[in-house]
Design a protein around this ligand. Structure first.
Ligand SMILES: *Cc1c(COP(=O)(O)O)cnc(C)c1O
Length: 488
């Protein structure tokens, strides 16, 4: 390791505060196993650590593991440095990120693919479940195991998934002692590959619940259960959905990796295009930028569920009800309430928690807010955000064009990202599109676009014909509570 880098081996203090300002400041491990703060807010670092030019120069040559430690050791102050390093080293091993494309180096963990001059893909989906969520979830699995073991405690993880979170969580937690997973997914709304990936797990600590409804119905059940503080305490309910701070923190790392991969020195700026739903991935980009990474633009790409695009174009945040959530061919972005968005707005309003409470009192009551009146919308540009949206026809076109032009098959979510990236590109600034899933995960859409199936990693051949293990339930909070109680 480079000795000029300011490692946080002395563990300078880092506390986490709620965006709603009415919960006590806590340490990383104290918020690790929970979800929302008790006041309904999301945890944020009290202040951002800052990487200066010398830090960035030293970080440039680091491999993924050292880079992850450099970033995360500034955000975690209550795990001994040697233990944190060991957890990171165990997580980011080439064997775990074994689904790299032919010609890619799995040891890079998140290799880049150059499409053309100043246009790249950042491969975040080479992990066990072929989606970027493995990047954070694998770390979470090892952090949970470490902290629970230290405290001789258990946890029952309750989550909602539109597809990729659930499988990433289950593959990260399967077989781990002291951990059970209860994963709610919208019944028959995931791709066959996604359902098979989750439902074929036979591990006893994994429980799949297919909820009749859309993703937001499943997420509302999770929220209702989590708001029942007595039940939550009695059954040791924890969360791994995208509001979990440790997931956001883990995702910050690959923005650094991608930046160094496409630049020669730290005077250069890079833009990132991020296929977005719950705003977790691009929120990590925002945090990397706040920590001093030279990011020019953060391009928020949505599908037909364009609540975020609407905000970044108009200043109006208007979450839609589940009845107005479209089921699209990029289903992992079929989200009408972006749960991590509050983290960015907290920064945008100058960390004024009373302001966040005022805005979200409207959202939580099913309404909208408009930042134009307050003169706050003008500040969005200072944070580098721009946006765009993509529809099914755009997606099909982008998949075909990428195949023809570059000989590379991309999935539907990455296609949304690339489509909007091309609209927001600037001549002198490299644009990195985050590849959030591999095409094998969304076979039907690829067949529609290209007329043939995408290549599938050999170890996943025949996945859909494996025996499946799941229950189908109504979006009924009490019934689901009873199911959890029976199985804990
Ligand atoms: C989860 C997911 C997204 C959206 O990420 P957010 O962090 O929710 O914005 C995009 N693409 C894929 C493939 C995903 O699994």
């Amino acid at each position: 390791m480079d000795s000029s880098f300011r490692w946080n081996d002395g563990l300078e203090s880092m506390k986490y505060i709620s965006t709603r300002g009415q919960s006590p400041a806590l340490t990383f491990s104290e918020i690790l196993l929970g979800g929302l703060a008790p006041d309904g807010g999301l945890y944020m670092p009290e202040q951002y650590p800052h990487f200066n030019e010398a830090d960035l120069a030293a970080m440039r040559g680091m491999n993924y593991r050292d880079l992850a430690y450099a970033v995360l050791s500034r955000l975690v102050d209550d795990i001994p440095p040697a233990d944190l390093k060991a957890i990171i080293d165990k997580t980011y091993r080439p064997e775990v990120y074994c689904h790299a494309r032919a010609g890619q180096d799995a040891a890079e963990i998140t290799p880049t693919i150059k499409l053309e001059d100043k246009l790249y893909l950042l491969s975040l989906s080479n992990g066990p479940t072929l989606a970027f969520k493995d990047m954070a979830m694998q770390l979470l699995g090892n952090l949970f195991e470490y902290v629970l073991n230290k405290r001789s405690e258990e946890i029952n993880i309750l989550g909602a998934t539109s597809g990729d979170t659930g499988s990433a969580a289950e593959y990260a937690m399967r077989g781990k002692r002291g951990i059970r997973v209860f994963m709610l997914s919208p019944h028959q709304k995931m791709s066959r590959f996604q359902s098979a990936q989750m439902f074929s797990l036979q591990d006893e600590n994994i429980h799949n619940i297919a909820v009749k409804g859309v993703f937001d119905d499943a997420q509302d059940v999770v929220k209702a259960v989590s708001n029942d503080h007595a039940f939550k305490k009695q059954h040791k309910i924890g969360a791994v959905n995208s509001i979990n701070w440790a997931r956001v923190a883990a995702q910050v790392v690959y923005y650094f990796k991608g930046y160094f991969a496409v630049t020669q020195d730290n005077s250069q700026q890079v833009s990132f295009a991020v296929p977005s739903g719950n705003f977790g991935n691009v929120c990590a980009g925002h945090i990397a930028r706040m920590m001093g990474l030279p990011i020019k633009k953060l391009v928020v790409a949505t599908n037909e569920n364009d609540v975020l695009d609407e905000f970044f174009r108009t200043g109006i945040y208007r979450p839609r009800g589940s009845a107005n959530t479209y089921h699209t061919s990029s289903p992992s972005m079929d989200i009408s309430k972006a749960s991590n968005f509050e983290r960015f707005v907290f920064d945008l309003v100058g960390r004024d928690a009373a302001k966040v409470r005022e805005l979200w009192s409207k959202v939580d009551a099913g309404g909208a807010f408009d930042l134009n009146a307050q003169g706050l919308f003008g500040k969005v540009a200072d944070y580098g955000f721009v946006s765009g949206s993509s529809n099914h026809a755009n997606r099909m076109h982008t998949i075909r064009a990428t195949q023809e032009k570059y000989g590379i098959t991309i999935d539907t979510h990455t296609a949304d990202g690339l489509k909007v990236a091309l609209e927001c590109r600037e001549a002198d600034v490299p644009m990195v599109v985050l590849e959030t899933a591999l095409p094998a995960k969304f076979e039907d859409a690829i067949v529609e676009a290209l007329g043939h199936k995408p290549e599938r990693p050999q170890d996943l051949a025949g996945l859909e014909s494996l025996p499946q293990r799941f229950v189908v339930m109504d979006a009924d909070v009490d019934a689901i509570k009873q199911f959890i109680a029976r199985h804990t």
